[in-house]
Design a protein around this ligand. Structure first.
Ligand code: FES
Ligand SMILES: [Fe+2]
Length: 378
């Protein structure tokens, strides 16, 4: 897991003057909003005998008291009382490791890795969350999936899974045929891998037809990984020739992806749309509320697929002395392959490992994208 990156630890509104238990990248973390209103995060193990501090107590004076032998910590993580030896000075070692936290756009971001490696890297913004022209509905509590967090990124960067996984709601086979473009770059110091799909005179699948009251459209669809902790999806739809006008419809759908450990992830999906529009199938709801009301059916299908993929990942790839399971990439895996390359580079940098040869899968993707550029079928 990559620790030197920002991940969403929770929604701003969920942090109160109350102890919270978080496991992020397999690290136990205790968090709370201190009496000055700042969210703080520390190693969740009492520095005396590792008792979980989230089972301790926040006292009226802003102090956290461990429930086992009563060591006390202030909101900087410094031990301020050792009840059984008040006659001795407190060792400076009695200090909790603090995790950097940034609260913005209604989200609390945490950097579980080395604070010295933050440099210019900032948590990605979701400006629509603080813009009155937009309305957002956030999955709360988050979705927990028994899957490695990278499987969610790969799911979002390759939407050819809309058929068959989401067939009948947001999916159709025609979607899988849309050529995929790729844009790479950097956003606030976070690596960006974005897939683009643009198509004209496209017949919408059932959900989208109901949600937007459109049938044939021009469609521009992007999926953008911004560091490992966020994937931002934007769907723009309009009657042919009308993208960029008042007739445009669509949504922004942000997915936070926080690794709990190697086998589990926590995911908030955030459905964002124009605040001034109603939901055509039920005009008592805004469009963001309506889409968010129906979206869990889609999420459940993804959860099902990710958990199954994870189960299969845990079997050995070695089949015999000279045979191994091998994954095959197809043309539409271009975003997945580039994200793997970017994330593997981050992992190697974090662990000071030399860069090895590119994996065979990368070569296959290059072949696939070359042939796509040439117009031939791969
Ligand atoms: S383990 Fe916390 S006070 Fe002993
Ligand atoms: Fe999906």
């Amino acid at each position: 897991m990559i620790r030197n990156s920002w991940y969403v630890a929770g929604l701003s509104r969920s942090f109160k003057y109350r102890l919270e238990k978080k496991i992020i990248t397999a690290l136990p973390i205790v968090m709370w909003r201190d009496q000055a209103g700042k969210v703080v995060a520390f190693d969740g193990r009492c520095c005396h005998k590792r008792f979980p501090l989230w089972d301790g107590k926040l006292l009226d004076n802003g102090i956290l008291r461990c429930a086992y032998h009563g060591l006390c910590y202030d909101s900087t993580g410094r031990c301020v009382d050792i009840p059984m030896q008040r006659d001795l000075p407190i060792s400076p070692v009695a200090q909790l490791h603090a995790f950097p936290v940034v609260e913005q756009d209604g989200l609390v971001w945490l950097w579980p890795g080395d604070p010295a490696k933050i440099g210019d890297v900032k948590p990605p913004r979701i400006p629509e969350l603080v813009d009155a022209r937009y309305e957002a509905v956030i999955s709360d509590p988050p979705v927990r999936v028994r899957a490695n967090y990278r499987l969610l990124i790969e799911n979002l960067l390759d939407i050819t899974h809309f058929f068959p996984l989401h067939d009948g709601n947001i999916g159709d086979l025609a979607n899988s045929m849309i050529p995929v473009g790729l844009v790479e770059g950097d956003i606030d110091g976070n690596p960006k891998v974005m897939t683009t799909r643009s198509v004209q005179n496209y017949k919408l699948p059932p959900y989208y037809r109901r949600w937007f009251e459109l049938d044939m459209v021009d469609r521009h669809h992007t999926h953008c990984m911004i560091g490992p902790g966020l994937v931002r999806v934007q769907l723009r739809l309009a009657p042919p020739g009308r993208l960029g006008t008042d007739d445009e419809r669509g949504y922004i759908l942000c997915h936070t992806d926080t690794p709990i450990d190697e086998h589990n992830l926590e995911w908030h999906w955030i459905m964002i749309s124009r605040a001034d529009m109603r939901f055509p199938p039920d005009r008592s709801m805004t469009i963001a509320q309506g889409m968010a009301f129906e979206f869990p059916e889609v999420v459940a299908q993804d959860e099902w697929a990710l958990a199954r993929q994870q189960e299969m990942l845990e079997f050995s790839d070695t089949l015999s002395d000279n045979s191994r399971y091998r994954e095959v990439n197809v043309r539409s895996d271009i975003g997945v392959v580039h994200a793997r390359r970017v994330l593997s580079k981050m992992e190697r940098l974090e662990h000071n490992q030399p860069f090895g040869l590119p994996a065979p899968s990368l070569e296959m993707a290059r072949y696939a994208s070359d042939t796509q550029a040439g117009g031939a079928a791969a």
